[in-house]
Design a protein around this ligand. Structure first.
Ligand SMILES: [Fe+2]
Length: 157
């Protein structure tokens, strides 16, 4: 039996699996960019609220790191190879790398803006994926929304 006649255990069409894997691959790249941007802010932030922001950025990027692994493994579950090099991520990501930011408010504004951008990208991806992937992404979406609320509150919005 060749690839086209072998049923996939997930019971999803080749097209759906391909489309979901593609959407997830772009998100995997965005997740890496946000992870690194927040790690950078964790290091570079300065000001009277250093401890609060330093720890908040760490809490977010630590969760993103776990989600990165889950996103890649979902792509594998769908029968595709996840992008796995930094150059792949830079090519695929929609989120930009941040410049060096030190002012505490500027770091929080930048983190808030990037969370908002990723939330929008997850919502768009939800239109392109199967139910199992959708369920996984909705959990991430809720966490990102809560992160955005925490930062909005700190920013006084
Ligand atoms: Fe640290």
């Amino acid at each position: 039996m060749n690839q086209t006649t072998t049923a996939h255990a997930l019971g999803l069409s080749t097209e759906i699996r391909q489309q979901a894997a593609q959407a997830l691959s772009a998100l995997l790249a965005d997740w890496h960019i946000l992870y690194q941007n927040l790690h950078a802010l964790h290091w570079t932030v300065r000001g009277p609220h250093f401890f609060v922001l330093h720890e908040r950025y760490e809490a977010i990027y630590t969760r993103l790191a776990a989600e990165i692994d889950e996103l890649a493994e979902r792509i594998l579950t769908l029968g595709h190879m996840p992008p796995h090099t930094l150059s792949d991520y830079l090519k695929l990501a929609r989120l930009p790398e941040l410049p060096t930011l030190t002012d505490e408010r500027e770091t929080a504004e930048a983190a808030y803006a990037q969370l908002g951008q990723l939330i929008g990208l997850v919502r768009a991806a939800l239109e392109q994926v199967d139910t199992g992937t959708e369920d996984q992404l909705v959990g991430y979406l809720q966490s990102l929304e809560k992160d955005a609320w925490l930062l909005a509150a700190w920013l006084g919005r």
